[in-house]
Design a protein around this ligand. Structure first.
Ligand SMILES: Nc1ncnc2c1ncn2[C@@H]1O[C@H](COP(=O)(O)OP(=O)(O)OP(=O)(O)O)[C@@H](O)[C@H]1O
Ligand SMILES: [Mg+2]
Length: 253
């Protein structure tokens, strides 16, 4: 799909990346029931599945381990066999939910990996992503994934921060690194868990436009404690409102 939207969510640890990603998946799935939507949990600590109320299931890293074993066993196995094996396993690992599909990356590739397998994984993922209209990627905290080009090409970079100086510094660093290493079309910030509106006087996101400011959301707190799915949040929940506003500003909703 040529005009597919790839939305990557990044920022400092614990600022609400996963909550915002989950909210995006719900908003997209509900607004576009006829479009193909994919949610990718790119955080090794796998949190997005919990927020969506599903099992993480087989991760890409599990597939990598299995295929690496195969490749080592039958040294010289045909390239097309390996590609087919990766593709098949990836399709099996994909979880199909109402309105969206999901898979988790698990541990991102490490130096010790059989690098050919990673090449196949990347090829298959880029092929697979083409079948979707919207892809939401919940990244690991910090700049590592941007740095290592886990996110090589996205259309939208959503940078989540809290009101802290550290949070806004991290998103500005992510943007600087992304400007060098990642192809993206648009970038914007969501300032989350803002308890005092006066705090916004001090929030400086540099050249990153603020798309939405989200307050402390009691429904989100309750759902987090109970481990309930974003799909059961009341429609007027603050986190949904703010995320919707951000997606509207980007012209996605
Ligand atoms: N607006 C909000 N109101 C209340 N609680 C929130 C809000 N946003 C996020 N939280 C809570 O803050 C905690 C961290 O949020 P979340 O897991 O989404 O952050 P994260 O950036 O993905 O963290 P990590 O870096 O660990 O992956 C969670 O307990 C979540 O429920
Ligand atoms: Mg997270």
């Amino acid at each position: 799909m040529a005009d597919a939207k790839l939305l990557a969510v990044a920022g400092k640890g614990g600022v609400g990346k996963t909550s915002v990603s989950a909210a995006m998946v719900r908003l997209l799935a509900r607004s576009y029931p006829d479009r193909r939507i994919l949610a990718i949990d790119a955080d090794p600590a796998v949190g997005l599945s919990t927020a969506l109320g599903i099992d993480a299931g087989t991760t890409l890293d599990d597939i990598r381990a299995a295929v690496t074993g195969e490749v080592t066993e039958r040294a010289g196995g045909g390239v097309s066999d390996i590609l087919e094996s990766v593709r098949g396993r990836l399709l099996d690992a994909m979880q199909h939910r109402e309105g969206y599909d999901f898979f988790a990356i698990g541990r991102p590739e490490t130096a010790g990996c059989y690098c050919a397998v990673n090449t196949y994984l990347r090829q298959v993922i880029s092929l697979l992503i083409r079948d979707y209209d919207y892809v939401v990627i919940d990244s690991e905290a910090g700049i590592e994934q941007v740095n290592r080009r886990v996110l090589e090409k996205v259309t939208h970079l959503l940078l989540v921060t809290d009101a802290s100086r550290r949070g806004t510094q991290v998103i500005q660093t992510v943007k600087r690194v992304a400007d060098e290493l990642v192809m993206y079309e648009r970038c914007g910030a969501i300032v989350n868990r803002v308890t005092e509106s006066s705090a916004m006087d001090y929030v400086d996101t540099g050249d990153i436009p603020i798309l939405a400011v989200i307050g402390e959301d009691p429904a989100q707190t309750e759902f987090d404690i109970l481990g309930k799915s974003v799909f059961d949040l009341p429609a007027d929940a603050e986190i949904l409102r703010g995320t919707e506003q951000a997606l509207q500003k980007l012209g996605i909703l």
